[in-house]
Design a binder for this molecule. Structure first.
Ligand code: XMP
Length: 326
């Protein structure tokens, strides 16, 4: 019988058999796959597992706290948090090309994770152990897509970029390899993970970095984070969380338009709302979000984010548009 409880029991046995008394490391992204994979491994081998969360400053409002506080509270996992916000901002300074941004974010992520992994090794070295295993949230569709092989360790699911450095060779632990996304969610609920993590909509690894059209700066990130939080709050309040596949909010940081507020003229930035429906992100349609919801969103964003004086709606399907603007 397929039940989430049976999956947990079976995977816990398998993980214990694979890992023995070895040490394990896992990179958490804030997304559901890495969270459920980590929770399963911690259920199996407890604090033989160390999770690493790289705060790159490109997450949405409340997401670092979801990992650092709520996920830890729900699972009891040992978590190492690396505040790399300055490092990522520095590396992204002056960069406007989308693929260049992705490359830089991927590269910095590997660097930071590598350093963190070395520290975990050093710390555990004091106890005479090495870190041999790396947890990956690989799902069944990923396995099929890549031909079913046991690929070399990489962090594909978050950043679509290369592997870990050669001198950091791990054996992979992939407890979600037989599961589809909806099954992963069921297992996450079974393990007591917070709804906000289990039901998180898809969010790109490079995060808000590819939702600022133009250079990424701390100020622009704050502004976009505020607008995005309002959009998510209102879509959730309207009960559209699961009908809308995802709703990127995009800041056109190099565009200004004239507006009027009170007695004064404004010269602010537009944000684009990009709500879409989709089955698998390969194709998508623009979501027919009710006018009242759009009206509330627009009013709140322009009232609460003073630098934004215009809210526009993207009504393009995919193809020809992609879901993200970069
Ligand atoms: P597009 O924009 O290509 O997006 O229609 C399809 C899906 O992929 C997500 N996306 C990414 N995910 N790294 C990721 O991990 C990326 O660089 C990336 N770019 C797009 C996007 O959010 C959508 O779900």
């Amino acid at each position: 019988d397929w039940t989430p409880g049976n999956v947990v029991a079976e995977q816990v046995d398998r993980i214990r058999a694979q890992v023995g008394d070895g040490r394990v490391i896992c990179a958490l992204s804030g997304g559901v796959d890495s969270a459920v994979a980590a929770a399963l491994v911690q259920r199996a081998v407890g604090d033989q597992l160390t999770c690493v969360f790289v705060d790159h400053g490109l997450l949405r409002q409340g997401e670092p706290e979801q990992v650092e506080r709520d996920f830890v509270a729900a699972t009891g996992v040992v978590l190492k948090v690396v505040d790399a916000r300055e490092q990522f901002l520095g590396a992204l300074a002056g960069v406007t090309d989308p693929e260049e941004k992705r490359k830089i974010i991927g590269r910095e992520f590997i660097r930071v994770f590598e350093q963190a992994a070395r520290e975990v090794v050093a710390e555990s070295g004091a106890h005479g152990e090495e870190v041999r295993f790396l947890v990956q949230g690989t799902l069944y569709p990923d396995v099929v897509e890549s031909g079913g092989g046991e690929g070399a360790a990489n962090i594909k699911s978050h950043h679509n970029v290369g592997g870990l450095p050669d001198d950091l060779q791990f054996e992979l632990v992939e407890p979600l390899r037989t599961l589809f996304k909806d099954e992963v969610r069921a297992v996450g609920l079974e393990l007591g993970l917070p709804d906000a993590i289990v039901w998180r909509q898809p969010f790109p690894g490079p995060g808000l970095g590819i939702r600022i059209i133009g250079e990424v700066t701390g100020e622009r990130l704050d502004l976009l984070r505020a607008a995005d939080a309002i959009a998510r709050e209102e879509l959730t309040r309207a009960g559209l969380d699961r009908t809308v596949w995802q709703c990127p909010v995009v800041l056109l940081a190099d565009v200004r338009s004239v507006g009027v507020q009170g007695d004064g003229r404004t010269y602010g930035h537009p944000v684009v709302l990009r709500p879409v429906t989709s089955e698998d992100a390969m194709t998508a349609d623009w979501a027919r979000v009710p006018y009242e919801v759009l009206a509330r969103l627009s009013t709140r964003i322009t009232n609460e984010v003073p630098e934004v004086n215009r809210v526009v709606l993207d009504v393009t399907s995919k193809p020809p548009g992609t879901i993200e603007w970069e």
